[in-house]
Design a protein around this ligand. Structure first.
Ligand SMILES: Cc1cc2nc3c(=O)[nH]c(=O)nc-3n(C[C@H](O)[C@H](O)[C@H](O)COP(=O)(O)OP(=O)(O)OC[C@H]3O[C@@H](n4cnc5c(N)ncnc54)[C@H](O)[C@@H]3O)c2cc1C
Length: 241
């Protein structure tokens, strides 16, 4: 039994509404990355059973024992049938969500989860440009795995304050020059205009990260056909605050 009982709601299959049943999952592993600022959490069923299906871009609600509910993108790659993976940035001014995950959550704890839901699904395309800022990298890990597997043309620009604060760099290294790292202390802010100018016809753009990055992408792509830009904001739902 885990030290703490939290609960997780999981639907029979991924959905875009909240029709979901509740599932308790066990924290199987916690790994700190990016100088300790990101906790990478592995979850599994306590009985080792199969996990509900999900698609890249999906997130879950994590119900914490302190009553706080926060959304986290599923960022697992490889075998997704027995474990789920979350990457949680420690917010400096956390009211208790990421703070709890970083300071109180332990391997063996049971947590409650709802979902998965996907408001950020991959659309069909032959060309993808992913733009991530900071912890906004999480939904893109399974996305790039998927588009790479499909043989699509893709690239990722991943910005962060500095290399040492950017999580998942080791696993991104396998993709070589498809991935451009953009540490702000070395090269400044992501060149949003340049990315948009270099887009080839038919390319779709996915962006996730801080609000100023998303706003800049929205402005820079405003003249392009609808559906070119797909964004996900990591704002907590107001009703869950
Ligand atoms: C679909 C989705 C997916 C997400 N995926 C991830 C993920 O993969 N990894 C991840 O780390 N996070 C993710 N998030 C964000 C996550 O859900 C939490 O919002 C985050 O962990 C912060 O929670 P917290 O309780 O620690 O901080 P909070 O207490 O919510 O504070 C966060 C920030 O908001 C500010 N703030 C506090 N109150 C307000 C207010 N009323 N209005 C405006 N600003 C306020 C704080 O100063 C602080 O800077 C995702 C969010 C969504 C919606």
């Amino acid at each position: 039994m885990g030290r703490v009982a939290m609960s997780v709601m999981v639907g029979a299959a991924e959905s875009n509404n909240m029709a979901a049943t509740e599932l308790q999952l066990r924290v199987d592993n916690i790994e700190k990355q990016a100088g300790g600022s990101v906790a990478v959490i592995t979850l599994a069923r306590p009985d080792g059973g199969e996990m509900p299906p999900w698609s890249p871009g999906a997130h879950v609600d994590v119900v914490l024992p302190n009553g706080i509910v926060r959304q986290y993108s599923l960022c697992g790659v490889g075998d997704k049938t027995t474990t789920w993976r979350l990457g949680v940035l420690r917010e400096q001014q956390s009211r208790g969500g990421s703070e709890y995950v970083h300071t109180s959550l332990r391997v063996g704890d049971l947590i409650t989860i709802r979902g998965p839901r996907n408001n950020f699904p991959l659309v069909d395309s032959e060309r993808y440009v992913f733009v991530a800022g900071g912890i906004g990298i999480t939904p893109f890990l399974p996305m790039i795995e998927e588009v790479h597997r499909r043989g699509a043309d893709w690239s990722l620009v991943y910005g962060g304050r500095s290399r040492s604060t950017m999580a998942f760099l080791d696993e991104l290294a396998q993709y070589g020059d498809r991935v451009t790292l953009w540490p702000q202390d070395e090269v400044g802010l992501i060149d949003v205009k340049g990315i948009v100018e270099r887009l080839t016809p038919g390319a779709v753009v996915y962006c996730c990260g801080p609000e100023p990055l998303i706003a800049a992408m929205e402005e820079a792509t405003a003249h392009l056909p609808e559906g070119t830009l797909n964004v996900e904001r990591f704002r907590p739902r107001e009703d869950l605050l």
